[in-house]
Structure formats: C-alpha cells, structure tokens
Design a protein around this ligand. Structure first.
Ligand SMILES: Nc1ncnc2c1ncn2[C@@H]1O[C@H](COP(=O)(O)OP(=O)(O)OP(=O)(O)O)[C@@H](O)[C@H]1O
Length: 307
C-alpha cells in the first residue's frame, strides 16, 4: 500500500530542466546556465544582444552540443533529443518558432500541411487550416512572398498544429505589429491553459512579457543574472525619482540593503530601484515612486550603479 495520503499530489517534472550548462565559442561562453520551465508557465527569456539567449535555446533543442552541464526537455536528455528515436518522438511535442521561417519558400501555405503531416504524427490539418484563417493568411500565397510578420504567424500556426506540449519561441513576435502581437499572445495564453503545457519565449519586447509571462529570466554575458516571478517586478518593485539629498537619506535609512542599491543618475535626479514600493512610499511619502517595468528593472540591474 502506498504511504502517501490519498489527496497528496506529485509535482509533475519540469518541461525544461537545465543545470549548469556551458558552451564555449571563441570570445563567448554560456557559463553554468540553470533554467527550469514548469507545467503551466510562460517564461520570458531576456537579455541584451549577444547575451546568450539563442545559444541557450539551441542547446535546449539539441541543435548544438553542450560542453558541460545537463539539460532535459520533456524528460529527454538534449543529446538524445538530437540523436535517438526516443528523442525524435519527444521532439514531436516541442513547437519551435525562430525569427526566420524554416519552410521552403516555393511552397504555398496550402501545401505546407502535407510536408508537416510526414514529419509529425500528431499533425492536425484542421487546426492548421483554422489558424491560417484566423491569422488572416492567404492559403494560395507562396511562403517566399509573405511579409516578415506573416511568416512569423505561419511559423506559429505550424508550431501549434502538431500536438506540442512545449513551445519554444526565439524572438517570435519581433516582426509583428501591436495588434498581431496581441493576437499571438492570446494564442499563447490558450496554449498554456491546457494541462501539461508550457512556453519559453525569448524577447526584446518586454511589454509583451509584462502582459503574458509568469516568470522572467535574464541572461547577461552567458550567465543568468536574475530569475524572478514577473509580478514581483511589476507589482511590488518601484522606481523612486530622487533628488540627490533624497537619495542620500534613503541610502542612510537602511530601508534598502546596501548591496541591493541600484541607481541611475540623470541631469535632473537619480532613479533608484525600490524592492517594495509600498513600504518605501510609507517611509518616504514625499519621494515619488513609480511602477517598475521590466525594461526599468533590466536597465537598473544591468547598467545601474552600485554603492
Ligand atoms: N556558432 C557560433 N560560433 C561562434 N560564436 C557564436 C556562434 N553562435 C553564437 N555565437 C556567439 O555567441 C554569443 C551569443 O549569441 P546569441 O545568439 O546566443 O545571443 P542572443 O542573446 O540570442 O542575442 P540577440 O538578442 O542579438 O539575438 C554572441 O557573441 C555570438 O557571436
């Protein structure tokens, strides 16, 4: 008989689980990257150009060999993902969207289904046709004649039509207009609401992540610099707009631990990262404190001064 209580729940294994992964290139290294994506989560992956987002994503998909560390995606080691038949069947459940379309340009949208039906046992032509209609794509158009945004929509329609449980998107919303981005974000919300699903998306469009991400992971120079629940950034933190005297008073008060002080100087004052904007406003009611955006947090964390 099991010793577990009847109503106890067993946590599902993460869909992505990477520990200490390393990859060395001339002049750049992924340096001990840890990244986990749990069922039901949308994780935003951010960082400056060249920070290592695409390299991490390629490593997770088994597209490049790791030099160190371990990574499992949908329970399959990433090396096996690329090199075994078990890996190939795991890959069927991973929907991937890069910032370029990977379908031959001469094919018409209406012809793509046949190609994907051969590659994916779970291919649903019905789902694909429906998404093509809903995304406003013209089925008779050759892929090479699509605009960048339309190409992105097509890639997303493909990724959502083969029974994937995990979506990995690398800058997938970059070419889309704001309305199209909102449409895509709605699809991602629908996708992740289904049991056993999750999304990892790299993006420079942090306003999209503010709308949709549960967690935000930032990489800088090949190292993870923060991994935070999104609401902690946008709901709890703040940016205090200080004059120099205010800044000195806040620093002296100890309300922000010395090692956590991050600030940016401007001609007109100093922006200060505030971990708890409500506690701050009570203590310093005369200093204006604004909501923190992900962009503010990135700037203050990556470029801000420390004391
Ligand atoms: N095949 C390769 N050979 C050598 N260097 C590489 C290779 N692929 C990537 N790099 C280097 O690795 C670093 C990280 O690149 P990566 O594409 O992962 O960055 P990124 O965070 O995705 O950037 P962006 O936001 O600009 O897309 C860069 O310095 C890049 O030049």
């Amino acid at each position: 008989m099991s010793s577990m209580a009847p109503n106890s729940t067993i946590a599902a294994a993460p869909l992505i689980e990477a520990h200490g992964i390393t990859k060395h290139y001339d002049g750049f290294s992924l340096d001990g990257v840890d990244l986990t994506v749990e069922e039901g989560e949308i994780v935003g992956f951010v960082g400056q150009n060249g920070a290592g987002k695409s390299t991490t994503i390629k490593a997770l998909l088994g597209l490049i060999e790791l030099d160190g560390g371990t990574a499992r995606v949908l329970g399959t080691d990433v090396h096996a993902l690329a090199h075994t038949s078990a890996g190939a069947s795991a890959k069927e459940h991973i929907g991937v969207v890069f910032d370029t379309v990977s379908v031959p340009g001469h094919l018409r949208i209406s012809e793509i289904g046949r190609m994907h039906a051969r590659a994916f046992t779970g291919w649903s032509q019905h789902t694909f046709d429906k998404l093509v209609r809903e995304f406003g794509l013209e089925p008779t158009k050759p892929v090479k004649d699509l605009s960048r945004g339309m190409g992105m929509k097509l890639s997303l329609a493909c990724a959502l039509s083969h029974g994937a449980r995990l979506l990995i998107l690398d800058e997938a919303t970059a070419g889309l207009d704001p309305m199209a981005r909102d449409e895509v974000l709605d699809r991602l919300r629908e996708f992740v609401a289904a049991p056993g699903h999750a999304v990892l998306m790299s993006s420079h469009i942090t306003s999209d992540l503010e709308k949709i991400a549960d967690r935000v992971v930032c990489i800088e120079n090949g190292r993870i610099v923060f991994n935070l629940i999104k609401d902690e950034i946008t709901d709890e933190m703040g940016v205090a707009r200080c004059r120099v005297a205010d800044f000195e008073a806040v620093a002296a008060s100890g309300i922000i631990p010395e090692r956590a002080i991050r600030y940016r100087k401007h001609d007109y004052g100093i922006d200060l990262l505030v971990p708890d904007r409500f506690a701050f406003a009570e203590r310093f009611p005369t200093i204006p404190v604004d909501h923190m955006t992900i962009d503010d947090y990135l700037t203050l964390t990556l470029k801000g001064g420390v004391r």
